[in-house]
Design a protein around this ligand. Sequence first.
Ligand code: NAD
Length: 486
Amino acid sequence: MSDEKMSIFEYAPAPESQAVVTIEPEYGLFINGKFINGKKHFPTVNPANGKKLSSISQASVADVNKAVIAARTAYVKVWSKMAPAERAKYLYRIARIMQERAREFAVLETLDNGKPIRESRDVDVPLAAAHFFYHAGWADKLQYAGFGENPKPHGVVGQIIPWNFPLLMLAWKVAPALATGNTVVLKPAESTSLTALLFAQVCQQAGLPAGVVNIVTGDGAVGAAIVNHPDIDKIAFTGSTEVGKIIARSVAVSGKSVTLELGGKGANIVFEDAAIDEAVEGIVNGIFFNQGHVCCAGSRLLIQEGIHDEVIEKLKHRMSQIRVGDPMDKNTDLGAINSGEQLSKIKELAASGVAEGAEIWSPNCALPDKGFWFAPTIFSGVTQAHRIAREEIFGPVLSILTFRTPAEAIEKANNTPFGLSAGIWSEKGSRILWASKHLQAGVIWANTFNKFDPTSPFGGYKESGWGREGGRHGLSAYLASGKAGK
Ligand code: NAD
């Protein structure tokens, strides 16, 4: 190899093997502990190459009804009568099986979602198992959680999740629901059902009583059938603000409890006294983790004017090292966009940024010919009026604004209908405390970004949602204190 070539740090391909997973040609619905084939099916594809992976059942309204009956029967006859310490054993068993089958989950998640194997292996799957372990610990200690002496579950909960963290969002929903004594009807997103169906197999393997967890697959119509079902006591939804608003209207007069985890447009604020190299790592993690398909992404970067040029130069240098490509390669940093539909949305918003006068930049990187891809991109010279500063892009696209004073940073950060996340980069503890007091965001990271833990509540306010998931706060959403479930 010539000296010139040696100077570029080259990686040999390091593909993860697919042999660990068996993908069935067709999947059924998981109702009352069994897989039942649906009447209609739709394809699920690998977004990295556009190839079909399998056929997924589209549940009908009658199927949703069967799932709710199974969940109600399991609630009344088994789950609500079981000693909490016994319930906990099932959660521990599920957590352990998820760990044992971690490679299988990670490979399947990457094939179906397009995220790098490094992330599904090191973030999604371990965190999903951690949620089951954490909530298993609560199951027999709920009387000490601060919700009264004898907190009661709601009964049957309907749960609807998005495609960006398919298994992790399932764990965030199912683990607290089961730990608090509820039974579940869950719908995964239509483009990423496979790990939820593998989770259904784990429920069977764990010997979870039939009907405690039911998984119905399909599109938004299936979600609507869950939301509007009269025998569901609580709805937990994670997804877009648009659909969240529809759900809020639907349940308004139903008496159902509801939690909504919706969109975001998080501000990542870099003050002049920040450690710049660390901040650049945090900026990259904040927007390019999971291709930017992250509700709490740091998608608006606010840089104090005096360090603007230095941060941009270092950011561009760092972005030039991001490895975009095969998500199954263990060296890949940025994988595929989850669907053609999402790719069109990202392209349309990026085009609006150019049309409105912001300056676009991407590193020189070759994108694969097949599948859905978008290069890591930054826009500088963004103003608050630009669509790319206001709307959630949900892709690897960063909008960069500047500020002069801390007060201006807060004003700009809060100038959004969302209120999910924010990041602060500063070496001064007092500035961090001051800024976090004034930022309207449910989750605020200081000198780090996108850190998650099951013990820590997560959620937003304003148009980012209602309620919290995780931690003690998240338990309360699954308890109807003082009120017995039906
Ligand atoms: P989406 O709202 O389109 O879909 C989410 C889920 O809702 C899917 O399962 C979908 O089939 C279902 N659905 C669609 N229409 C429905 C209806 N009328 N009634 C009931 N269910 C319906 O969102 P998406 O594109 O899958 O996910 C991306 C969005 O999720 C982003 O806005 C992101 O910010 C948000 N998100 C939020 C959080 C959070 O914790 N706040 C976490 C992850 C993702």
